[in-house]
Design a protein. Structure first.
Lengths: 154, 154
DNA sequence: ATATGTGCAAATCCTTTGCACGTGC
DNA sequence: GCACGTGCAAAGGATTTGCACATAT
């Protein structure tokens, strides 16, 4: 999906919810959408400020949940203090697992098609309706532990 | 496993690591082990103080990683600011998923035997070795949304 | 025009840490 | 005895919030 089309989708989402399409919100969108990797709120702030230097940290934090709700972004919480975000260009967020390397500190996104099936099955037995599911694998780097280096390490 | 046996197992673990079996650590163990539900660090502090009122918050936070490493406890992070802990009387921590109800705020622990298989498969493709995996399903309560109440709600 | 949104800085919340004192081995 | 552990209170770091001003509709 092109950024123009995606931006329009975001505008519609805002309208539908009677939220305003402010220049800051759009700057944050424009900063987030092209990112190919995971990023933090702080990194997003930096990028957004290059587009519109009036953007404040508070607005980034207030906008992130909106971007997540409109499924432009996926929130990735690996339990490390800060949350990560990832552009969601495909649209489906319930079938993706994360593999987090404790050595590289890198996050891989992997398709896990059985996840939503599992969520529905288990939830219905409890009288619940699934909202979403997260599957995360923590792992360590073989090459790092053998050679002391890892090609992916920063 | 009885609490006496489990306490001895914990003592051995401390010894093996050359950590000391202080009265505070054992009080915290005794407070954690019998808990049948999930609890937070703060709740554990309260319980531990009933056993030994000298226990401090700092020591609880310093002891929790030890209890987790000795697999007496499992850490459950549902991405809500604070972490939860759960007594691990069975011993296997890699095959359990959590279903978290957003209405009840209740956490259900469910067996998910395929998880470790998935972790290994995916990790090896990336040249990684899995350390552990978390599968969490967020859900909402059917009865709560239909009747406005939920038996499990506090 | 006016309800919403914004920036700023202070507040929050859980968790970690420095330090002087206490205690298991 | 001495290294390790503890309590206390202060620090830390990500996120949230109150308020006066700005702006989209």
């Amino acid at each position: 999906m092109s950024i123009t089309a995606a931006r329009e989708k975001f505008r519609s989402f805002l309208l539908k919810r009677r939220l305003r399409a402010t220049t800051q919100r759009l700057a944050i969108f424009d900063a987030a959408f092209p990112q190919s990797d995971h990023f933090t709120a702080e990194e997003l702030l930096e990028h957004a400020r290059k587009i519109d230097d009036s953007v404040s940290r508070a607005t980034v934090y207030r906008t992130l949940p909106i971007l997540t709700a409109s499924s432009q972004l996926r929130e990735v919480d690996i339990g490390s203090g800060e949350k990560f975000y990832h552009a969601n260009r495909e649209g489906d967020s319930t079938q993706i697992a994360q593999v987090v390397c404790g050595d590289c500190a890198k996050i891989f996104e992997i398709s896990a098609p059985f996840m939503s099936w599992y969520g529905s099955t288990v939830s219905s037995k409890l009288g619940l309706t699934p909202v979403n599911q997260r599957l995360q694998v923590s792992a360590r780097c073989n090459s790092f532990h053998q050679t002391g280096t890892c090609a992916r390490r920063e």
